[in-house]
Design a protein. Structure first.
Length: 213
């Protein structure tokens, strides 16, 4: 249960002064990060911006998420986004639409690996958010889908978050009327799910900035 196949608008928002030398976090995702069905300022990425300010992190956030995005589409968009924003961290929230559309898991694995590699070649530290599929896709396919993230994490030595919809997926209390997308009250829980994997990278980039001349 993750993102919807309908296409949507890219969200490009930042916290803080755009001319600041503060490190940038680029969120490359699909509808789960584009606040599908919600006001953009109520999505988990906007809540992430707010938490950065509250906890004194200097980072700015750029949200390059598009509803309906696949790993292939995101890979095609990534290099211009990296050149434009020069991020220190790239949060990769992708794969749900590949799985929901029954696309090749081998191609999805390769695309995620290329996204990780391209991010690193531009000097950014990547973080991959784990995804899952609804139970109606069958245990065999779901197991292979979950294994994609483990394989990319292992083969590319990239940090992984927990499943971002833990405690949300399958719970009507946290789901929009379409039965797929998390609603507004689910967004803080999503942030809490991914924050433990993000925070060490924030600390590393903040320390590196303080040491730079």
């Amino acid at each position: 249960m993750l993102s919807a196949p309908a296409a949507g608008e890219s969200v490009d928002r930042s916290a803080g002064d755009a001319d600041s030398p503060a490190p940038v976090v680029l969120v490359l995702g699909d509808s789960l990060s584009a606040a599908y069905g919600l006001r953009v300022d109520r999505g988990w990425v906007s809540l992430f911006e707010q938490r950065l300010r509250q906890q004194g992190y200097p980072h700015r956030v750029r949200n390059a998420s598009v509803s309906g995005e696949t790993t292939r589409g995101a890979l095609d968009r990534l290099e211009p986004a990296l050149k434009k924003h020069n991020p220190s961290i790239v949060i990769i929230e992708l794969g749900a639409n590949d799985g929901l559309r029954g696309q090749s898991l081998e191609e999805m694995t390769a695309n995620l690996g290329e996204i990780v590699d391209l991010s690193r070649r531009h000097g950014a530290t990547p973080l991959l958010l784990r995804m899952r599929l609804p139970p109606n896709y069958g245990p065999a396919y779901i197991e292979k889908f979950v294994a994609v993230y483990e394989a990319v994490g292992r083969d590319w030595n990239v940090p992984l978050s927990r499943f971002m919809l833990d405690g949300v997926s399958g719970n009507p209390q946290f789901t929009q009327d379409d039965g797929l997308h998390p609603n507004e009250i689910a967004q803080p829980r999503i942030l809490d799910n991914v924050w433990p994997a993000i925070e060490p990278l924030l600390q590393e980039t903040r320390t590196a900035q303080m040491k730079s001349p």
